[in-house]
Design a protein around this ligand. Sequence first.
Ligand code: FAD
Ligand code: NDP
Length: 602
Amino acid sequence: PPALKQLAGQIGELTSKHHVTIFSKTTCPFCRRVKSLFDSLHASYHCVELDQIDNGKEFQDALESMTGQRTVPNVFIGGKHIGGNDNCQELFSQRKLIGLLRTHGYQYDLIVVGGGSGGLAAAKEAAQLGAKVACFDFVTPTPTGTRWGLGGTCVNVGCIPKKLMHQAACLRESIADAASYGWEGIGAADSITANWATLRSAVQDHIGSLNWGYRVQLRTNKVEYQNRWARIVGPNQVIGRDRGGKETEYTAQKILVAVGERPNYPAGVPGAQELGITSDDLFSLEKPPGETVVVGASYVALECAGFLAAMGFKVHVVVRSILLRGFDQEMADLIGAYMSEHSGVKFIRPAVPVSLERDSSSGRINFKVSVTPADGGKPSQQVVQCDTVLFAIGRAPVFSQLGLESAGVSLSKAGRIVVNDADRTTCESIYAIGDAAEGRPQLTPAAIQAGRMLARRLYGGSAENCDYAGVPTTVFTPLEYSCCGLSEDAAMEKFGKDGVIVYHKNFNPLEWTVPHRPENACYMKLVCAKAPGQEGREPILGMHYLGPNAGEVMQGFALGLKKGATKWDLDNTIGIHPTNAEWFTGLDVVKGSGVSAAATGC
Ligand code: FAD
Ligand code: NDP
């Protein structure tokens, strides 16, 4: 009939004018579902509510004659009939909907700048959800010429080589213990030596396989890998520069900045860049580092000092102020004491670097430091002759050639990218995650989680932001330290001295008893908020553990903290015997009570 034809014409016009058209009824739950699907994907649509117009029934007749479908919702995308709610949901779960909804005209949905922990996670997740993604990763060599492959800091010059070298250090301790356990033929502990070249190449081989694995993963997930330095030149434009200097322009609807950080060198210290190295060089050094001075007193410095000392190198640590700023200071001091008493690390503190010079006769480095005496008197200069100076004095993002200003991306006072809870920068189309974003924990799992969750929000219909509360962490020093939640110092600051109760204990790992390793070196504490009338059931604010396998111990407890565990929940948890972690399930000595926290028997 002519009326039907006319309506069919109208439907044709509507569905070609609007990229997404939904014929719906306000009372239909399936229509609500399909609309919320498009809303969650940030897709705009034109909706015709058939129960709100006079000729809704005739529209339905016309839709049936055109599509064979009378029911609502009746969805058209790009002028093509798609079907109802089920068809749309299926396209979404098959990761095809994002592609169908694309109208922006840019080359990519998402350009990720930085192929490290956060960038790779975001790129892979976004591509798996159906987005068209390119990932740019380019490593600028260090001042001494060290460069590496795809994967960012963690894989190449961070967590992975660090943990493997830490493991080499732990093995030395185990080998030293072995004779007490009846192993013969190993020789005296001080006769065993580490072969740097063997360790270095084993570590680098593993890294090489990870680099390759990441490339394969990108290809499998259809992420376009661009081994180019990316420079942002507008809210949706990036210039990629390859090794030969050739520049190409790329466009994307959205850009994610996940460029991480690089180690700092001290300003105004002659010879620092020419003769010093950083953690970016250490793990691939061709020659053994020899006697090493580590400058800095945080994660990187203490971890590197720890494994180098265990491998038999003489190690000095130049500490400007305190150890492990931001961490529980009691735990930090215990780490320092163990490193100097048992690992043979020599701390020079408080001290700052002055200059580095090559000694013409020995070829070694004369490293001048300025040391303040314990009484706070006038600093004096001291020269330490060494083979390597490792600067571990913090890290900063390299934004000088990134072009953030061209897109109106603001930086914080600390020089990192300002982001909101949803990782959006001050430019609508640009996001930032990982180490380079202000206020984020600078840890691999945090960057990965942020990347995945961002991709799910952009292309997966999710509205959830990354929750950075209660992120556990481990410092892989000779005596490992892990923690989750507040330090004792931070808890006192927040709740006042009288608002905090601390349960604590020294413990002797069973495996340390036979070889007679130091007693009472290991320590744990539970920082709780006092709850009057609820003694023994106080909410836990922080957990701290100093001992073997610290990371493995804290990972599970972190879940408890996240779920709001109390002291009673821990006491009510039956331990696994004989382990070190089990001591957490029965801490009964209150710090400051006068009762000794020293280790007791089984
Ligand atoms: P990164 O992993 O640094 O990746 C950024 C990438 O972007 C790099 O490949 C960089 O070359 C590239 N890039 C930068 N600018 C551009 C550009 N313009 N164009 C193209 N590419 C660019 N964390 C832990 O959780 N556990 C640990 O045990 C641990 N140990 C560490 C040990 C050391 C020695 C160091 C230095 C760090 C360690 N970290 C550890 C921290 C962890 O490595 C970082 O938090 C994590 O790598 C940050 O990830 P990201 O994605 O933000 O950046
Ligand atoms: P940090 O910023 O944590 O620490 C820098 C250290 O260097 C501080 O001890 C600081 O002393 C000192 N310092 C800074 N400037 C100077 C200077 N000019 N002269 C002498 N000393 C100086 O940096 P890191 O490189 O150790 O770590 C960076 C981040 O990497 C960490 O925050 C962490 O998130 C991540 N990381 C994680 C690891 C893990 O999970 N196990 C391991 C390694 C790194 P002061 O206290 O006086 O300022």
